[in-house]
Design a binder for this molecule. Structure first.
Ligand SMILES: C[S@@+](CC[C@H](N)C(=O)[O-])C[C@H]1O[C@@H](n2cnc3c(N)ncnc32)[C@H](O)[C@@H]1O
Ligand code: SF4
Length: 346
């Protein structure tokens, strides 16, 4: 029998599961409370569960579901963990503390198949999807660390390694588990999902998680350049991505965010900024400009401060709301997938 992680089951699924195990339904609420509110890390500490049931749970569930392999702490207090799964696959999870709370960046896949030209996560391709339980365990791991400081995870960004819309069902289940009021109770509005633009799944998201903040990795203002940087663009063209974004905004009334990594001489020229302003015309959105994180295996140079400022000004002139995103963890393996790539090489 395949052992599960607790986060592989939504609250309703957990209720069904305990009934199948011969227990009353209310045991599901007790289990959720021990895991997500009291945050014990051993089943035998769930003291209001009968001993025989604790034993059954130990046979059917792995708890906790991840092991810490490495932890790097940056001068700016960003912390990056390398976590190991049951099959020894390694993934990254990042904590970014700020004045607005504690944001955890979660990985959804081991590697990524999308092949974006600037990204470290995709260097070795994809190994496998992560289960919702493995995503939940990432947040729990960070929450247990924060418990020592009596702080809580306030925001989750699904922006670590992997493409969440390429692992749709487990990503949705993950959102449901951390969002549940008996779970970690993290509001959908405090969850950001970042995608390279898998168009049909953006429409699914409107039905399944309409209150999450959608962030779309754009990185180029036209098909020719975008297809060169992001191969997914050959399948889902810019016109369809932008239409899906317009529909997302219309149907959810939620502002959308676009990520644009500035690569010197590639996508950072004034003409690109003008083209981008035109593309996003009359769309309720915000653009995050990020000087690209230079990755050793990738031949990309970051745009200098002057170039970033010029690009920003052109967008603003075109009526677009823009922020230059602060680089976090510059002194540690900052770009998504870098720590895992380094660890794999050792
Ligand atoms: C690692 S991806 C994961 C989520 C999803 N696959 C996507 O592409 O949006 C999260 C964000 O990191 C960005 N990113 C990846 N590598 C980067 C780099 N070297 N410099 C700056 N941003 C990068 C991506 O473009 C994306 O906006
Ligand atoms: S940017 Fe996102 S979609 Fe592209 S390779 Fe990296 S993780 Fe995958």
């Amino acid at each position: 029998m395949k052992q599960l992680l607790f986060g592989d089951l939504t609250f309703d699924e957990m209720s069904d599961k305990v009934v199948k195990m011969g227990q009353a339904k209310f045991r599901a609420a007790q289990i959720y409370e021990w895991i997500y509110q009291k945050r014990v890390n051993q089943i035998d500490l769930m003291t209001n569960l009968p001993k025989v049931f604790q034993q059954q749970l130990t046979e059917e569930f792995i708890f906790p579901g991840v092991k810490q392999v490495m932890k790097q702490v940056s001068k700016d207090k960003t912390i990056k963990w390398l976590l190991s799964m049951q099959d020894d696959a390694n993934i990254e999870t990042v904590l970014m503390p700020s004045n607005y709370g504690n944001t955890v960046c979660v990985s959804t896949q081991v590697g990524c198949k999308m092949g974006c030209s600037f990204c470290a996560s995709t260097i070795g391709g994809i190994e496998r999807n992560l289960s919702s339980g493995e995503m939940v365990e990432q947040v729990l791991h960070v929450q247990r660390f924060l418990d020592f400081q009596k702080e809580r995870v306030s925001n989750v960004v699904i922006m670590g390694s992997g493409e969440p819309l390429d692992n749709y069902n487990d990503t949705i289940k993950f959102i449901q588990v951390i969002n549940h009021d008996k779970g970690l109770n993290i509001g959908q509005r405090h969850i950001t999902l970042s995608t390279c633009g898998v168009v049909p799944r953006i429409y699914d998201l409107i039905k399944d998680a309409p209150q999450v903040t959608l962030s779309v990795s754009l990185h180029a203002p036209n098909d020719e350049l975008r297809s060169e940087i992001m191969p997914i663009n050959k399948k889902h063209r810019l016109v369809d991505v932008i239409q899906a974004c317009r529909d997302f905004v219309d149907m959810t009334r939620r502002r959308i965010t676009f990520e644009y990594a500035l690569i010197e001489g590639k996508n950072d020229l004034p003409k690109h900024a003008r083209e981008l302003a035109e593309l996003l015309n009359h769309l309720m959105c915000h653009v995050n400009l990020i000087p690209v994180n230079e990755v050793a295996e990738r031949d990309n140079k970051r745009t200098n401060d002057n170039g970033v400022e010029k690009f920003k000004q052109i967008l603003e002139k075109g009526g677009i709301s823009v922020t230059v995103r602060k680089e976090r963890g510059a002194d540690i393996a900052a770009a998504c997938g870098q720590l895992r790539a380094q660890a794999t090489k050792q």
